[in-house]
Write a protein that binds this ligand. Sequence first.
Ligand SMILES: Nc1nc2c(ncn2[C@@H]2O[C@H](COP(=O)(O)OP(=O)(O)OP(=O)(O)O)[C@@H](O)[C@H]2O)c(=O)[nH]1
Ligand SMILES: [Mg+2]
Length: 383
Amino acid sequence: MIQLSVVIPTLNERPNIQPIFERLLACLDGIDWEVIFVDDDSPDGTAEECRRLALSTSRVRVVQRVGRRGLASACLEGMLASSAPFVAVMDGDMQHDETILPRMFKEAQIPGTDVVIGSRHVEGGGMGSFSRERVKLSNLGRRLSLIITSQELSDPMSGFFVITRTYLNKVIYRVSGVGFKILLDLIASSPDPVNVREIPYVFRNRLYGESKLSITVGIEYLVLLADKIVGYAIPLPFALFSIVGATGVVLYLAIVTALYRTGYTTFLRAQIVATGVAMVSNFLLNNLITYRANQLRGWASITKGLIGFCLACSLGALSNIAVAKLLADRGVQWAVAGITGIVIGSVWNYSVTAVFTWHLGQRKSGRRTPAKKSYLPAASPDA
Ligand SMILES: Nc1nc2c(ncn2[C@@H]2O[C@H](COP(=O)(O)OP(=O)(O)OP(=O)(O)O)[C@@H](O)[C@H]2O)c(=O)[nH]1
Ligand SMILES: [Mg+2]
């Protein structure tokens, strides 16, 4: 029976697959283990490389996700594809020190334990040769994590941990699966205090492949925080759409104030400019944050999307005014009438643009250029 599944999310990690497997083989002696690579259809042929390896050992399994992306959701799918009572999650670039896995596994078996974290911030651990900026960012992330979990963890941003099946089953329906910080998501999803153990390790440098760290990781982190705060009450995309809408209102007011109150132009002109700028800003922010998974790219589709977005939102504004006026005419207090109008207008804007501008719910083509080289054995001539 497999006791420990090691889930490794991968995106363009082909050169790391064989070495990481050999390292696991060397350090997990005496444990019944398997490794599950969850690959997001990497163009460099990572999944094919995993399959090549899997043909020679039953310890290797592959989940290849087509048309989908995301580290947290990849980890969740790997965990759910395993039947082992303990699941480890580890990066596929050998930056996590796999030699502490046996100790993590041992501590995870101590009754009552939920999660064992590989930590860079307890005595004996370290960030390796991380740049000062990366360390600062990591520390900021650690402080922000306290918004969604009251539990003081030394390294909530860690992507290296062992979780018990019992704990996973307890929180699985509450996890967001958004972004890159799956450990924090799993811990913040528990209704009860989590029994955590921490084991030090020193973060290593990447030997092969490239980092996937980008501005998106930061945005996804904020989205995770937002989902944990409001996600139970409001669907996350609608909450993000509304936050973006609120920034549009602030921008609109600032521009009208700057242009009209200073006497620079007429009220009508100030309003036209402010409305135009706010709509473009809302469109771009929604494209970057709310609909990042369906993001429109390239001038042609961005221009088409922007025109559709402005048309839909203009209709939304009309319905907002119409509803508010109707209610006010029937004696409803003006503030209540106005807010009702805003809510109805926003729901319209959100629903229409989600479908027509960002094509939400329509299956994206998973087609891509296949990996240059196939590692599958050539079909036998008599097959
Ligand atoms: N399946 C999947 N794996 C991902 C995705 N993004 C990153 N990964 C994998 O997650 C692990 C961590 O990503 P890294 O780019 O190394 O992130 P990091 O370790 O925080 O950053 P660096 O220190 O700069 O390497 C690696 O194994 C990546 O291949 C994704 O969208 N899907
Ligand atoms: Mg890395």
